[in-house]
Every structure is written in C-alpha cells, then in structure tokens.
Design a protein around this ligand. Structure first.
Ligand SMILES: Nc1ncnc2c1ncn2[C@@H]1O[C@H](COP(=O)(O)OP(=O)(O)OP(=O)(O)O)[C@@H](O)[C@H]1O
Length: 599
C-alpha cells in the first residue's frame, strides 16, 4: 500500500498533526471539567472557564470534520492513482494477455478493486494517529500509578492482539477470494451482454441469467466468509476489554486491601484503562478494513506486475539500439515484408489450477497444465516485394490472420524471423513499425462514437476534408450523406448502426487516412453480397495505389488480379503464383476456385 499512500505524504502528515491536536483537545476536556467542579464546589463564579470549555468542544468538532474530509479526499486520490496506473498498464499489456484474461474481470479490477483501497484511509488511518497518542499517554500514566496492574493488563492485550493479527491474515485472503468472485460476476455479465442478440435468439436468456446468478451467489458466499472471519475479531476485542477490566478490578481490589495502592489511584487506573482500550477497539476495526483493502490490492498488483508489451524489447533486440530508428528506406532493395522459416504457436490456457473450482476430483490424474502450445504456423517463408499486391488464401484456420498479427508484432515468432525492409521486426521500435503499417482486422472493429472519432483514431490531426475524401474513396459517401450530422454521425456501440460491409470499409478508410506504405487487410468473411463485394473491390483498388498491400481474401474474386497469391494450408505455404499458375499447379487452390465458380 505504501507507494500509493506515499504520493499523499503532505496531506497525511497534516492529518496526523490534526489527529494529535484532536487527541490533546479531548484529553484537556476532563481537566477543564475537573476545574469547573472545583470552582462550583468553592462557590466561586465560573467566568472564562465555561467559554474555554465550549471553545474546546467546538474546536475539536471542527478538527474532526476537517480531518474526515481530508481523509475522504485523499482516499479518492489513492483510488484515482491506482486506477490511472491500472489503466495505463492494461492498455499496454501484451496482446497475448487479452487472449487468456476475461474482459469483465479486468474491468472489475479497475472499477471495484480500486474502490476498496479507499477504506484504508477513511476507516483505517482516521483514528490511528490520535488513537496512538491516547494509547501511549494512558499507558505511561498507568505505568506511573501501578506497574503490576499494568503488566497484567498488557498480558491480556497482547493475547488479544496476537489473535486478531492471526485472524487478519485470513480476512485478507478471504477478501482477495471475494474480489476474485466479483471479477467472475463482471466477466460473466460482460460475456452475456456482448452476445445478447445471440442469447435472445437462442432462447438462452433464462439459462444465462441463472449462470450469472450462480456467479453472483459465489461472490455472496465469499462475502459471507469475510463477514464470519471479521465477526470473530469483534468479540475478541470485546472479551479482551472485559477480561482486562475484571482482572484490574479483582487484582486492584486485592492490592487496595493490602495497602499497595489507594482507592483513588485504582479509580484513575481504571479510567486510563478505558482510554487505552477504546483506540485498541478502533484499531481492531481498522485491521479488518485494511486487510479487506489489501485483498483487493493483491488483484491490482497482479496486473501492475505484468510486463508491458515492449518490456523485453531491449533483451530481444540489441540491434534496435544500434539502428536507432528504422523505416522502409534503410535497405532499399529488400522486400517490404518477408517471412523466413516462421514457426508460431499460441499459448492456450487450458485450466487454472489456482481456481479451486477446477480442482481435479481424481487425485491420481496429472496436474492440469496451465498452457499448452498449439502450432499454428509451421515454417512459413514468402516475400512481399515493395509496391505489390499480395493475396493470402487458404481454408479457414490455416493461419492467415495469425500471419498478419505477426507482422503487427502482436506476437513474436517462436522460430524464424519476420522482416520489414530487410530488418528483423524485433529490431524496430514498435511504434515506428506500426506507423508504417495500416491494419484492418477481419471483424473490422468500430469504436462507439462518431464517424470522425473512428477515422481519426490513428491520425488525430486529419482535417474534415481529408476524412470526407477517404470515406468517398471507400464508397462510404452514402453513409456521410444520409445523416445530416455528417462526420459527427454516431456509429453506435460496436458500430451497430452500420452494416457489416460498411464497418469493414470504415476500417479501411481509417487505415487509409494514415497513408501507411504497407496495408494489411483481413477481408471480412461476411457482408459480401454482390453490391458490397463490388464496393469492396473498388475500395481495395483505391488503397492499393502506391502502396504494398497484403490482403487475406475469402472470396477469390476480390484478389484474382493480385500480383501474386500465396496459398496457405495448415500453417504452411503450399503454393505461390498468379491465379492462372495456381489453378494449374495447386489442387487445393483449384478446388477453392472451382467452389467459387472461377474456373
Ligand atoms: N488468439 C488466439 N489464441 C489461441 N489460438 C488462436 C488465436 N487466434 C487464432 N488461433 C488459432 O490459430 C489457428 C489459425 O487461426 P487464424 O485466425 O490465423 O486462421 P485464418 O486462416 O485466418 O482463418 P479464417 O480464414 O477463418 O480467418 C486457428 O486454429 C485458431 O483456432
């Protein structure tokens, strides 16, 4: 927690000072009350002392309120800085992390876990400093009055503190587990909402509701577990208090009888015992809330401890430091893109052994492995000369999209090298690499917002005229004209207000606006009716001019006039050439072409 608290050091010191002042004004009140009694007994007039008492009460009230506000505000500050760190880290994680983690759970870490940190300040530290002052003051007074009685009291207190400390560990663990469950709930809600149309259409609403409810009940169960453990802490504190009083009364009475201390001293001791024990009770409460927060902090730290996407770039590529920067001009004769003996496998999460729900009932089964590598590319080599238009074709699952992902460096090859302009991609700064490349994903993600937001994602400085120009270049002029808002027209969540084909062309327009020398286009498998297909071909023709283009084509008609076609099957290149050459030489290609009535 300390790094988060450290950021707010000045305020926290100020709060501590206020706390001490508050404790002192409280300690002064009994003294003034005693004086008032003395004066009344003596039959004299009260005068200023009453006003002094009133002022003290008012001042201590104001201090408490101000301190409370400062702590709440600092608590919000801690939540904000933990959120900022988490968001900054989340958006920079390696792409592979997003393949295995659940979106809802990540969102819940930013939303819910960070909120729990606030409790450390608002409930944990509020009374800690003032309480400590009172505690130590009372302890000293008790030591002066009767060390023997104090010894007995401390013994009881030590036993109580040890018990609470042991319990607090379990509070932390249970809190962590409870927050994990909250993450599960968020993940299953996100899953259901993102596929809500399919779920409705499949008549699966009731079942999905039940599934999410089961997750929510899991969170409830863990919450109750936290409640049970922290409920143990409350009686421990209560019992400690009562036992101390009984011991002090019993032993103290005996010592008064034996003449070791006076009655008035025993009364004073008991009053101080009361002053000492009150902050102790508060501290026990604070231990619970701090440990709840630490449980959530564990989940935040888990993400913060993950490496950034570029964390290992220096180790991977000492060349990058030598080259400094790289672009297509570095090696003028080299192909724009080159795959050289590339093997690649995704890490697939099979089972999470940390999750007790996944524990194997059969003890004799081998431990489930967390990751398993599925080979997707097995020795891929081909070249894309500069300025050419290359098509990748092959059956679904052959590994075509994976090849584009490697060019974007979302992943690095397990074996082999991908080069741009003759340079190993790993030696090129990621930002510079990606600036050279336009990438249009298969499902053409469109971000909620306006047409303009979507277009300017990669080129925030583009003018409206440039935006309109690229829209018309990809046959999206009609989308612009049909809404009076023009570029400000909303596209809806996930671009739901656009058709599939329009989404894909909007994504192309976005890539085009940045005018990259290399364009990667993963053609949509859907939305390719006759009109759309023609518009798509025209859009591709428009973007092909003057740049290197790699298109994954699901419809051969879109790529028939490419400079070269690379046929991929089961992670291998099984043929390369023009349409006519491939029809003659590669049976798989001939079959694909025949299916699509092109031969
Ligand atoms: N992020 C991922 N994590 C794990 N496996 C993946 C991932 N992405 C793809 N795969 C697997 O890799 C294999 C190749 O997928 P890829 O998307 O590259 O194929 P493709 O040739 O583009 O297929 P399609 O034509 O259907 O788009 C598939 O078996 C797929 O299951």
């Amino acid at each position: 927690m300390l790094p988060f608290l450290f950021e707010h050091r000045p305020v926290l010191i100020w709060v501590a000072v206020l706390s001490v002042i508050g404790a002192l004004t409280s300690l002064a009140q009994p003294l003034l009350v005693a004086q008032v009694i003395d004066i009344v007994e003596a039959g004299e007039t009260l005068g200023w002392i009453v006003w002094g008492l009133v002022a003290l009460v008012v001042v201590s009230g104001i201090i408490t309120g101000y301190q409370h506000y400062l702590l709440q505000r600092t608590g919000e500050g801690v939540v904000l800085s933990s959120r900022k760190r988490l968001i900054g880290k989340l958006l920079r994680l390696p792409i592979a992390e997003f393949d295995t983690r659940r979106t809802g759970d990540l969102v819940s870490r930013v939303g819910s876990d960070t909120t729990m940190l606030r409790a450390v300040l608002t409930q944990g530290l509020v009374e800690a400093v003032g309480g400590a002052v009172t505690f130590v003051g009372a302890l000293i007074a008790m030591l002066i009055i009767d060390p023997v009685l104090l010894g007995l009291t401390v013994l009881v207190v030590v036993i109580a503190v040890t018990t609470v400390t042991l319990l607090s560990r379990r509070v932390r663990e249970a809190s962590h587990a409870a927050q994990e469950k909250v993450g599960d709930v968020a993940a299953s809600v996100e899953r259901a909402i993102s596929a809500v149309r399919t779920i409705r259409a499949s008549g699966a609403t009731e079942r999905e509701v039940r599934d999410v409810e089961v997750e929510a009940e899991g969170a409830w169960t863990m919450g109750v577990k936290v409640a049970k453990i922290s409920a143990l802490i409350v009686p421990v504190a209560g019992i400690a208090m009562q036992v101390s009083f009984l011991v002090v009364l019993g032993v103290g009475g005996f010592r008064v009888a034996s003449g070791a201390i006076t009655v008035s001293n025993l009364v004073a001791f008991i009053l101080f015992l009361f002053m000492m024990i009150l902050p102790l009770g508060q501290a026990f409460g604070a231990i619970t809330s701090v440990n709840l927060a630490l449980g959530a902090l564990g989940r935040i730290q888990e993400i913060l401890d993950l490496p950034d996407e570029d964390a290992h770039d220096r180790e991977l590529a000492p060349l990058a430091l030598m080259v400094g920067h790289a672009n297509e001009g570095v090696l003028p004769d080299a192909p724009a893109i080159e795959f050289d003996g590339v093997h690649f496998a995704y890490a697939v999460t099979r089972q999470d052994p940390a999750d007790p729900a996944n524990e194997s009932p059969d003890e004799h089964l081998p431990e489930p492995s967390v990751t398993d590598r599925q080979p997707v590319l097995r020795g891929v080599s081909f070249q894309v000369p500069r300025g050419q238009r290359i098509a990748l074709v092959g059956p679904s699952g052959a590994g075509k999209s994976t090849m584009l992902a490697l060019i974007e460096r979302f992943y690095d090859p397990s074996v082999g090298v991908v080069r741009m302009g003759g340079l190993d991609l790993r030696s090129i700064d990621r930002a510079q690499l990606r600036a050279q490349i336009g990438y249009v994903e298969q499902d053409a993600p469109v971000l909620a917002g306006s047409l303009r937001d979507n277009l300017k994602l990669g080129t925030p400085d583009a003018t409206d005229a440039e935006c309109e120009h690229v829209l018309r270049a990809v046959n999206l002029g009609s989308v612009l004209d049909r809404d009076p808002a023009g570029l400000d027209a909303a596209v809806g969540e996930d671009g739901i207000m656009l058709s599939g084909g329009e989404r894909q062309r909007l994504a192309i327009a976005r890539a085009l606006l940045a005018a990259p020398p290399i364009l990667l286009l993963d053609e949509s498998t859907s939305s390719l009716d006759g009109v759309n297909e023609r518009m798509m071909r025209e859009a591709i023709d428009a973007v092909a001019a003057g740049r290197t283009l790699i298109v994954i084509a699901h419809r051969l008609s879109t790529v028939i006039d490419s400079d070269r076609i690379v046929v991929v099957d089961e992670g291998r290149v099984i043929g390369e050439g023009t349409h006519a050459e491939l029809v003659a030489a590669v049976p798989l290609y001939r079959e694909l072409a025949a299916h699509q009535l092109l031969v």
